[in-house]
Design a protein around this ligand. Sequence first.
Ligand code: XMP
Length: 331
Amino acid sequence: MAYDYMTNVRPADMARINTPALAEAFIEEQVASLREQIGDKKVLLALSGGVDSSVVAALLIKAVGKQLVCVHVNHGLLRKGEPEQVVRVFRDEMNANLVYVDAVDRFLDKLAGVDDPEEKRHIIGGEFIRVFEEEARKQEGIAFLAQGTIYPDILESEKGVKAHHNVGGLPEDLRFELVEPVKLLYKDEVRMVGKMLGLPDNMVYRQPFPGPGLGVRCTGAITRDRLEALRESDAILREEFDKNGLAGKVWQYFTVVPDYRSTGIRDNKRSWEWPVIIRAVNSVDATSASIEEIPYALLNHITARILNEVKGVNRVLYDLSPKPVATIEWE
Ligand code: XMP
């Protein structure tokens, strides 16, 4: 049965998309209705590489091919390998019309010396809109803006918890008609649809990642060297969790590099370097979180790798604080 996906209310009898067959049916239905809605016009999408925007991109590529213009903004706060993966999957493998914007210097210059977490978030969010707006203005004939809104976003925005529009804040003349093909789906359904669209598992089953990215894990004023230590230590943690079967089991895991140094010894000389803090938590909806009991031998191995491989780091700590009283992120 075909549902009206234009409304913001999920029909009570809509089956949970939890089998490949249901996902295929959804894709087929969506492709037809997207083709009808879009016609021969162009659609713009901010593609972060997160689950929701990636699934929307894949659906639209299937429906309208090169009429979709994906804009991937690299703000310098993505994890190791992420921008490269977005380009590889979408431009190389799916043959998408992808604009890659290297805005690393622009973001990091704006953030230099800013240590207040909320101001950092504000700068990252604001600059993102400006970069996206500039790219939107370079495109001709855009009629639609696609967004990876999902059903929990709609429910939360109705409750006034948060505004759900990912690219809210664009100026009046760039307020295109919205295309939100997964807005009635829950996260598990979005993942199932993504899998059936051929997206790689590490994109579809990605752990939650905050919009301001590594920016809120490089605490205080962000510096490029500390950001590099954060990116490298996070990559080691992810690699070890992958190898040891924890990647699909632990809800969210990452490293933090605080703006603080301590004494150590390196090459028989006194060193003055940063700590890396490991965080690995389990949660259902992020409102509370408990700590994963990482096997001690694995913790030791990860510690040794970080101390050996990450420049500027002389200590590794494991954060044992649940939420509440702590929050998941450090900022
Ligand atoms: P906290 O730190 O509040 O995090 O316990 C709860 C969940 O939300 C994520 N988070 C964010 N996501 N923008 C986002 O898109 C943000 O500014 C932000 N801050 C926290 C966090 O990663 C966790 O999953």
